[in-house]
Design a protein around this ligand. Sequence first.
Ligand SMILES: Nc1ncnc2c1ncn2[C@@H]1O[C@H](COP(=O)(O)OP(=O)(O)OP(=O)(O)O)[C@@H](O)[C@H]1O
Ligand SMILES: [Mg+2]
Length: 362
Amino acid sequence: MTFLSNIFASNESGSPSNGVVGIDIGSSSIKVVELQERKGVITLVTYGEVQLGPYAAKPLGESVVLEARQEQEALVDVIRESAVKARGAVFAMPLSSSFVTNVSIEADADAELGAMVRVEARKVIPASLSEVTLDWAEVETTSAKDKKGEKTKRDILIAAIQNSALERFKVLMQFAGLTKPPTEIECFSAIRGLFDSDEENMVLIDIGAVSSKLYIARKGLLMRMHRIRAGGTIATKRIAEVLEIDFEEAEQLKYNANKGMDNFSDMKRAHNSSYDRAFREFNQVLREYEDKTGIKFSSVYLSGGGASFPGVDAHLKEVLGRDVVTANPFSKVAYPAFMEDTMKEIGPSFTVALGAALRLFE
Ligand SMILES: Nc1ncnc2c1ncn2[C@@H]1O[C@H](COP(=O)(O)OP(=O)(O)OP(=O)(O)O)[C@@H](O)[C@H]1O
Ligand SMILES: [Mg+2]
């Protein structure tokens, strides 16, 4: 319990002046962002990304499950190639080895929730409780009167990480010379990477290689999470089918796509069709949340590598009927002016890594 309990409240002390590296292990690539406090300003020191496909003899952009040795090699490579020197680190645990969900429990205001949450967790977590490290937080409470009197519905966010994954990542971090970095599930890093204290409510959609995630946060705290298997790797496969080319070529085309290309409209149609269902489901989750809470979301942030495909923002806007803002987490830190265009271009991919690093500056 103690290990995860600070994913909901992070206030451990670090030494940001010696640099902090945020590490995001995605299903297709590892991203790192190093930040340092310089004269009171959080400053970008370096960043880097390494594609995982080649470590398992697969093409770029392919999602892979690596063996421990390959994963270690990839992490060491990206740290070396991007010249990360930080002493401190924060590790963002992939949602794929975690489980985050909301449950609603009917209980009085003074009820001892711990035991009740474990009972609910047993029902919703697709693993035995002895195989996971569990944490939870109460996110909402609504009172409603019924025939039996006052009933209080307590909305609980449950987070669980497979113990085997915790162990695997612990070994990985040791291997990279990072002893016991603070660890949180990637959703918390992503929210921190974009949260602006002026915004009471925030929605973020992260399009990764394997899955797309929707996060709803209030005052920077995760309220709801929804994850769907739809992502860049699937889009590439669809493009490869439609254009009758292999995965590698399709990935290359997708990556370099621009609206002036000959086959752009075929590519775009194939691409968008891979996300239709996911976007519609996100819309439904948003509407349900709005109906329940009375909150209205006028815009959503879009991040993840998949956010970079031309026109994906317009497609999402059409389905959601809300403004879509492509994320630029680097706007939270200082960097040289000549890097402006690059930061905007690559920003969406680095939301998790940057948000993880920011944790030690709070
Ligand atoms: N400039 C780009 N244009 C189009 N697609 C891109 C671009 N950059 C990255 N992508 C796509 O984004 C996907 C990778 O996104 P990201 O790095 O966020 O995933 P991940 O973190 O590895 O995966 P996950 O979050 O699902 O574990 C790949 O499918 C890649 O092709
Ligand atoms: Mg990711």
